[in-house]
Design a protein around this ligand. Structure first.
Ligand code: CAA
Length: 695
């Protein structure tokens, strides 16, 4: 065995040279890896090997470029990815890439320079750069459509989808599927077969057949852009990916296409969107790390889950566990709501069709119902309460759980803002009590706020964090405070949106500004969608707020055809003259003078107080680090990921000094609600950024 460098070895197996990479955790293409590959291929090429296999140790094949290198200062000069690719593609003997785990981004781009690819069925292949606000910048945009065709390449590159190996084999991306666990043997056998059969050294860059099929058909691209306009709104990267494939089709040569790719890659790399999306990639992973708790702390096994409440929330929560094979028992007080809840779960599964019918049936069978907590919860490892938001009801439930559940069971509440310490205080085991705040619809929304109460044990926190990953959620650990992190910050935006309307902006002005910023919808459109009458009581309504008056006029949102907006039969929203009059009457009654409010003020009034509140949350220790707040807002509240989150955005627009100045201005004009956080002033005094708040 020859050690090429610290992450690369070269061995020989008969006539085949085997280059093995071992650079944990994911064999990303750092400088060291690129140099190892370059030197490895050079040495293999100079040996008497008749074929070369590239294989990786550890959990995966190369999962892409090393994202942490992007934007960082250049280190010691090393071989570039292009050098490595040239060396592979122009090797004099067949090169076979042996793929397990994931071949993503630069990893797939490397594999596409091998003459052949062998993969185990569990492997996944893709060009996910779009998710980082980028495009595949190492020839992937030019090679992929040459293999899979233009339409499939458009879909793969703009979605970033990780394609399972069996599908990749059908698409021609993989030449042979190996038996699981026998990758090396299969790759060696394939390499020997190449030699024995004198198979050609296939260079993807030289095969234009699939591109020619799309030449002179701009309608392919026009139709794709049109069909995906909503999905791509606001993002720069999907369009740049499409342009690269257009360049592949229309360029006179592979090299000309590469030039277009390089140029567009550079533009994206320099832009703020990719910076935000790359930051966000690490923010999500950082959020899983809890200072003071070892990552390998023994976890509590979760083999069976109980849920209290068969409503929309309880049902959605239950589905998450059934989806990963964990049995769930739901408890309700009455048979009718229990039956209704279970029926809703069934129909949700049947409608969503995300799994094969037999898998769907299995998931449904894992969710059972009961009318008795005593019977249902004696053996559960985790119970999640998802009932009405009233402290007395929650306390009553936790008193019972304390008496019923086995020692060590985790007792969780899905409260969206009640004091969990108070809930825990009725039990004799506050160390087992935690908040698991799911977002509605709980089977769809990615965010999970995990709420640490005063006495919550470390292993309960870590078990919850790991469980969240198992059920496909993105978790952030937060502390007990009204509204926790997400809703507490949302409260600022809601307040300002309402106030702006009473000062002269129309709801559709506020919504438009926030929509253009990148939110899926503004607060008023959101209220109409959710129903204006949530929490509204007809008997107590006395026209005190705009919402009261709208509900009294039976304008309760989309479901009644009118709310803040008027809706046509297809639920298309139109500004409403009725709402405008209601607002006008309120302003007149208050004696205020409506004024013209420009878009800039709307945005600043909505966003700056959110950033200020986030800083207060950090100051109080209710979130660990600034980036956790961004994880909450991107995942749970539709903050556009290409703006990173409120904290990243705060730095992007100039940092704490800019936010402080604006908050002081607002405070002077409009009072205490805009009082800057003490920590904001401290950051400015110390010349720090929001991203310096790292916990
Ligand atoms: N660069 C640097 N670090 C990476 C990385 C990458 N490409 N991919 C993953 N990591 C790191 C993660 O930050 C994480 O580090 P910590 O343990 O310190 O938090 C560790 O590897 C494990 O990652 P995950 O927790 O995400 O592990 P997973 O098993 O859940 O997922 C994965 C594995 C599917 C590979 C996932 O990490 C992933 O999707 N990675 C990104 C893949 C990607 O986008 N590749 C394209 C890169 S851009 C490119 O290649 C441009 C080009 O054209 C040259």
């Amino acid at each position: 065995m020859t050690e090429i460098n610290s992450v690369t070895t070269l061995t020989h197996d008969g006539d085949v040279a085997v280059i093995t990479l071992n650079s944990p955790p994911v064999n990303a293409l750092s400088g060291n890896v690129r140099q190892g590959l370059y030197d490895g291929f050079k040495a293999a090429g100079a040996s008497d090997a008749k074929a070369i296999v590239l294989i990786c140790e550890g959990r995966t094949f190369i999962a892409g470029a090393d994202i942490s290198e992007f934007g960082a200062a250049a280190g010691t000069p090393t071989a570039s990815l292009f050098d490595v690719q040239d060396m592979m593609e122009n090797a004099k003997v067949p090169v076979v890439a042996a793929i397990h785990g994931t071949a993503l981004g630069g990893g797939l781009e490397v594999a596409l320079c091998a003459h052949y690819r062998v993969a185990v069925p569990s492997a996944r292949l893709g060009l996910p750069e779009v998710a980082l606000g980028l495009l595949p910048g190492a020839g992937g945009t030019q090679r992929l459509p040459r293999v899979v065709g233009v339409e499939t390449a458009l879909e793969m590159m703009t979605s970033g989808r990780h394609v399972p190996a069996p599908e990749a084999a059908k698409l021609g991306l993989v030449d042979e599927l190996a038996e699981e666990g026998k990758l090396k043997e299969a790759a060696l056998a394939f390499a020997n077969k190449c030699v024995a059969e004198n198979k050609p050294l296939v260079k993807i860059s030289e095969n234009n057949t699939k591109l020619e099929a799309a030449r002179g058909k701009p309608e392919i691209f026009a139709a794709f852009r049109k069909a995906n306009a909503r999905k791509f709104r606001g993002f720069a990267a999907p369009e740049a990916n499409i342009k690269c494939i257009e360049a592949a089709v229309n360029s006179a040569s592979f090299d000309e296409g590469l030039k277009a790719e390089r140029k567009l890659f550079g533009e994206l790399m320099m832009g703020s969107q990719s910076a935000a999306q790359r930051y966000y990639f690490f923010a999500e992973r950082q959020a899983q790390k809890i200072p003071g708790i070892a990552d390998d702390i023994p976890l509590r096994p979760i083999k069976k889950v109980g849920v209290i409440g068969a409503g929309t929330m309880g049902g959605g929560i239950a589905m998450n566990f059934a989806n990963v094979g964990i049995p769930v028992v739901i408890v309700e007080q009455q048979q009718a709501p229990l039956d209704k809840g279970l029926a809703t779960i069934r129909s949700n599964y049947e409608r969503s069709r995300t799994a094969k019918p037999e898998e769907t049936a299995k998931r449904i069978s894992l969710i059972t119902g009961s009318l008795s907590m005593e019977e249902a919860f004696a053996d559960v490892d985790l119970v999640i309460e998802a009932v009405f938001e009233r402290m007395d009801i929650k306390k009553d439930i936790f008193t019972k759980l304390d008496a019923i559940c086995k020692p060590g069971a985790i007792l969780a509440t899905n409260t969206s803002g009640l004091n969990i310490d108070e809930i825990a205080s009725v039990t004799k085991r506050p160390q087992d009590v935690i908040g698991l705040h799911f977002f509605s619809p709980a089977n769809v929304m990615k965010l999970l706020e995990i709420v640490r109460a005063d006495h919550t044990a470390d292993d309960v926190i870590m078990t919850s964090m790991k469980l969240s990953k198992q059920i496909g959620k993105i978790a952030a650990l937060v502390g007990v405070c009204p509204g926790f992190v997400g809703n507490r910050i949302l409260g600022q935006r809601q307040r300002e949106a309402q106030k702006l309307v009473l000062e002269g902006a129309m709801p559709w002005d506020v919504d438009r500004v926030l929509y253009d910023f990148g939110f899926p919808m503004g607060p008023f459109a959101m209220s109409d969608l959710a129903g204006l009458d949530i929490g509204w009581v007809k008997e107590k309504s006395n026209g005190e707020t705009i919402r009261d008056v709208l509900c009294e006029a039976d304008r309760r949102g989309q479901k009644t055809g009118a709310g803040y907006y008027d809706y046509d039969e297809n639920r298309n929203a139109q500004p409403s003259a009725f709402t405008e009059k209601v607002i006008h009457d309120f302003i007149v009654k208050s004696g205020a003078n409506p004024r013209k409010i420009d878009d800039e003020e709307i945005l600043e009034r909505c966003i700056y107080p959110m950033i200020n509140e986030a800083v207060k949350i950090l100051e109080e220790g209710k979130a660990i680090r600034a980036s956790d707040i961004d994880v909450v807002w991107v995942n749970g509240y539709g903050w556009p990921v290409y703006r990173g989150g409120p904290m990243f955005y705060g730095d992007l627009i100039g940092g704490p000094a800019v936010v402080l100045k604006k908050m002081q201005e607002f405070e002077a004009k409009m009072g205490d609600q805009f009082k800057p956080a003490a920590l904001l002033e401290k950051l400015v005094a110390e010349g720090k950024k929001f991203s310096d708040l790292k916990g």
